[in-house]
Each structure stands twice: as structure tokens, then as C-alpha cells.
Design a binder for this molecule. Structure first.
Ligand code: ZN
Length: 219
């Protein structure tokens, strides 16, 4: 690690997130160590600067229809899998991302690869995501279904049977179609039982029942 105080780096946090990296701010450097503070829980800990050799890999991040390129450090023995999450730093931004595919050669993409074989890791940002929603009208309405896109943190929970409100839009979640890359984390690729919970970053599409005007007309 070659960092200065005030910089932000992605590190695992022994207090709140030992397995996934969180954003840390570098407080002090010196003596072969850096002192860092976890941006999630505020835990302060030291990290050794004598880290093993790492390899920098090109990472493409898509976020809300745009994409930018950064680099991430991996251990030389590491294997990167589709679905892995880590933090990418570029000059403009720092983002939590999830691997969508791994390029190991021209037009050759795979779902897992050793770091030494990787040319580019393709990812999408999951700290903030856009979610597609189809809202069905109430039964007594003559309007058709409509589509909307809502912007939420990646760990926002859609709960089947519960109502959510975004600006003027209000709907009850009736079902959620899970992204292929996250299907392993859920019972079914399509969830529709009351109480089923899906994180926004795992959502392919939410299906809802319109409640935008039902609140008062029902009375
Ligand atoms: Zn923490």
C-alpha cells in the first residue's frame, strides 16, 4: 500500500466487515503501518504496509448507464469470481462494485479466472443502483401498467407485501425477479411470498400494485 493521510482506500474491517472491503480513510502513516478508520462503523485499526505483492487489474464499472475505468489491486494467487464484490478507486470516485464478467482475452469472457489471466474485470456499481419497476394499476382503474426506474442504495430492501414510496409513486411490492448473477443467494429466481426480501442490487425487476391514489379513494 502506498498511501497518504486523508486518502480513501478499500480494506476489510475487522469490526464490521471482515470479508468484504469497506471504504476506509487513512488517518496517519509511518513506521511501516497505516492507521485507518472504517467509513461504515468508525472502527480505527492499523494495517501493515508490508503487504504482499499485488497485481493491478483494469476494472470497468457501469453505473446508471455510464461506465468508467479504474484499477484494483489483487493478490497474485487470487481468483476472481463473477458475483465478487470489492471497492474500485479512480481519480473521480470510489465505488463498491460487483463482478459481472471477466475478460481473459479478445472476446473471451468467463465467470472466474486467476488474477494472472485477467485482462479486464467488468463490474457494476452496487452502492447505488437503478431498479426497474413495473407498476400494475388498481383493478378499478382503466390505466395500463407503467414502468418506472427508482434510484436507491444497493442494500435497500424490497419486501414482498410491503408498500414503498418514491416521490409521488407509491406501490405495494408483489413480486421480485432476481438477477441471474444473484440467483444463488435466494430460494427462487422469482419471489412472490409475503415477507420475501430482496436487496436492490440483486433486483432485475420489481412488480408492484399501484397505491399512488388508493390511499384516499379507498375511503
Ligand atoms: Zn467497520
Amino acid at each position: 500500500m502506498n498511501v497518504d493521510a486523508g486518502e480513501q482506500v478499500g480494506l476489510s474491517c475487522p469490526s464490521c466487515s471482515p470479508d468484504l472491503e469497506t471504504v476506509h480513510e487513512v488517518l496517519t502513516t509511518g513506521g511501516g503501518h497505516v492507521t485507518v478508520e472504517c467509513g461504515e462503523c468508525g472502527h480505527v485499526h492499523k494495517e501493515s504496509l508490508e503487504s504482499e505483492d499485488t497485481e493491478a487489474v483494469d476494472v470497468v464499472v457501469s453505473q446508471d448507464g455510464e461506465s468508467f475505468t479504474g484499477r484494483s489491486e489483487f493478490g497474485p494467487e487470487e481468483t476472481v469470481y463473477e458475483g465478487d464484490e470489492f471497492i474500485v478507486e479512480t481519480e473521480e470516485t470510489i465505488a463498491q462494485v460487483r463482478v459481472t464478467s471477466i475478460e481473459v482475452g479478445p472476446e473471451d469472457r468467463t465467470s472466474r479466472a486467476a488474477v494472472e489471466d485477467i485482462e479486464t474485470v467488468w463490474t457494476r456499481a452496487v452502492d447505488n443502483v437503478s431498479v426497474d419497476v413495473t407498476v400494475h394499476p388498481r383493478e378499478d382503474s382503466d390505466e395500463g401498467s407503467r414502468s418506472l426506474e427508482v434510484h436507491v442504495p444497493g442494500d435497500f430492501e424490497f419486501v414482498v407485501g410491503e408498500s414503498v414510496e418514491f416521490g409521488d409513486e407509491e406501490f405495494e411490492v408483489q413480486g421480485v425477479h432476481v438477477r441471474e448473477s444473484a440467483e444463488g443467494d435466494y430460494k427462487f429466481p422469482k419471489l412472490g411470498q409475503d415477507g420475501d426480501v430482496v436487496f436492490a442490487k440483486d433486483v432485475k425487476r420489481v412488480y408492484g400494485a399501484d397505491e399512488s391514489s388508493a390511499a384516499w379513494s379507498a375511503w
